[in-house]
Write a protein that binds this ligand. Structure first.
Ligand SMILES: Cc1cc2nc3c(=O)[nH]c(=O)nc-3n(C[C@H](O)[C@H](O)[C@H](O)COP(=O)(O)OP(=O)(O)OC[C@H]3O[C@@H](n4cnc5c(N)ncnc54)[C@H](O)[C@@H]3O)c2cc1C
Length: 456
């Protein structure tokens, strides 16, 4: 065998598998194959001047490369079993929290020291939410910030270099079972290993499906979250963000009894484009460095859509809605809340006259032509509910960017070791459908590495 362990994908799942293996089993020969670039070479061509919007690079530097999809993220590291994935269903609740805390300690040791840990438990904000039909989820949140998150990744890369063999710009095209292990093909080349850990994230979801099909590993279709990114003056949410940084708030709509939730809150942050398989959606982040703060706070409002038989392609559904916004707006659409409720599109001049200055150059338009009525009604209801705990949320000038889509991978059948029915093949992180956060994905990597380290 060329290697004891091959890891496919250098996102948080892959990085923490490699890290823990170097600590617990330094004698093992480990390789990481990553289709993107190493961290220092990850550059998105959008400069805001010559190139203003996504040019659909063959390999997206935002989503791919060392650090994975979260490399330029806000680095919100949530220590909780209440959201971010269902790792606890596989490893147990205490173990899941222990793993997340362990990763948090590593992040601190590699550059994150001094960053703040927020907690939502037992706060007066929780009571205020309950009084208004809103539910604040419990979590501890470490806010690394985009800048410190990058430093941590840089330091982890330097730590791993020389101990682990990295192959960048190398997409794994197939994983084939052979006697005593796997053959991992990268186009013409192939490498063999005893154990293979796949951690290809959301961007690798289609490829992951093909691997499961070829190795006969059961999967089941999952869900998709659809919504908008809200941007408003930071003062409106300051009493929440100063104390909690991020608040995950859930609301049950009166009309359809759907659950709408806040997601990825970025105080003083910026709204950004996200490119998933060529489809441009919206996201947001913020910097730890006060010099890079904006006057706005942004967060997503999302509605989960679960499908039942015979429809299986939940991601396809989300993609179609995002494509519609790309078709109408050439990318992301922005609309003032006041325009949306009055049933009219936003225009360049209405946005220009608005008291909220957008941090993303999106196309003014009409989100009601894109987002299904049921979902949009839920979002409008939630904005009014949030207005009770954060007056000003439902102002006319509040900006809504669409669409924000959270794609989830189909769930791969794995056991409590995160091993598939194909012995020695582990599927972790977001591509397993089990995690959808930095903390859960990283923790899943540590968990698998510990199992592999125990093997002879
Ligand atoms: C803009 C943005 C902001 C985010 N902010 C946060 C946040 O603040 N907090 C939070 O908890 N989560 C956040 N997330 C989500 C978080 O980044 C992911 O949950 C996490 O990165 C998942 O880790 P992963 O290792 O499973 O996959 P990924 O990070 O997606 O890494 C997978 C890697 O595999 C590579 N790959 C794919 N296919 C192949 C192949 N065939 N061969 C070789 N390599 C392959 C990809 O290039 C990628 O680098 C954010 C995501 C985005 C996009």
């Amino acid at each position: 065998m060329d290697f004891n362990v091959i890891i496919v994908g250098a996102g948080p799942g892959g990085i923490f598998t490699a890290y823990e293996l170097t600590k617990r089993a330094p004698e093992k020969k480990v390789a990481v194959f990553e289709l993107g670039r190493e961290l220092s070479k990850r550059k998105c061509p959008i400069d805001g001047k010559k190139i203003k919007s996504c040019v659909k690079c063959p390999v997206c530097s935002i989503m791919s490369g060392f650090g994975g999809a979260g490399a330029f993220s806000d680095g919100k590291y949530n220590i909780t079993n209440q959201f971010g994935g269902t790792l606890y269903e596989y490893v147990g609740k205490n173990e899941a929290i222990e793993l997340m805390r362990y990763v948090d300690e590593i992040n601190l040791a590699y550059g994150g020291e001094g960053t703040k840990l927020y907690s939502t438990a037992n706060t007066r904000i929780k009571r205020m939410c309950l009084e208004n039909g809103l539910h604040l989820l419990d979590a501890q949140v470490r806010h690394l910030g985009t800048d410190i998150n990058y430093v941590v990744l840089e330091n982890l890369y330097n730590e791993l270099c020389g101990k682990v063999e990295f192959h960048f710009n190398t997409a794994v095209t197939a994983v084939e079972r052979i006697e005593g292990g796997y053959r991992v093909a990268c186009g013409e080349q192939s490498f063999t290993c005893e154990n293979c850990v796949i951690s290809v994230g959301r961007s690798g979801s289609k490829w992951m499906e093909s691997v499961c099909r070829s190795l006969d590993i059961p999967t089941k279709s999952n869900r998709v979250d659809i919504g908008v990114r809200v941007e408003l003056p930071a003062e409106i949410f300051a009493h929440l963000t100063d104390e909690l940084y991020e608040s995950k708030i859930v609301y049950r709509t009166e009309k359809f009894e759907d659950l709408v939730r806040t997601f990825c809150m970025n105080p003083h942050g910026v709204v950004v484009n996200e490119n998933t398989n060529g489809i441009v959606t919206v996201n947001g982040h913020s910097y730890e460095d006060p010099a890079r703060h904006t006057e706005n706070t942004n967060f997503a409002l999302l509605v989960s859509k679960h499908f039942s038989e015979p429809f299986k392609d939940s991601n396809g559904y989300g993609e179609s809605i995002a494509r519609l916004s790309n078709m109408l707006g050439g990318g992301v659409i922005v609309q003032r809340f006041g325009d949306l409720v009055r049933g009219r599109r936003s225009t360049e001049s209405r946005i220009r006259d608005s008291f909220v200055t957008p941090t993303l150059a999106a196309t003014p338009g009409d989100l009601s032509l894109v987002i299904p009525k049921r979902i949009l009604d839920g979002i409008i209801e939630m904005i009014h509910a949030l207005d009770k705990i954060a007056p000003g949320t439902a102002n006319d000038d509040t900006l809504l960017y669409g669409v924000e889509v959270k794609f989830y991978n189909m769930e791969v059948a794995i056991d409590r070791n995160l091993e598939t029915s194909s012995p020695g093949l582990y599927v972790i992180g977001d591509c397993s459908g089990v995690t959808h956060s930095l903390s859960h994905a990283s923790a899943s990597g540590v968990h698998v590495a510990r199992r592999l380290a125990e093997q002879e």
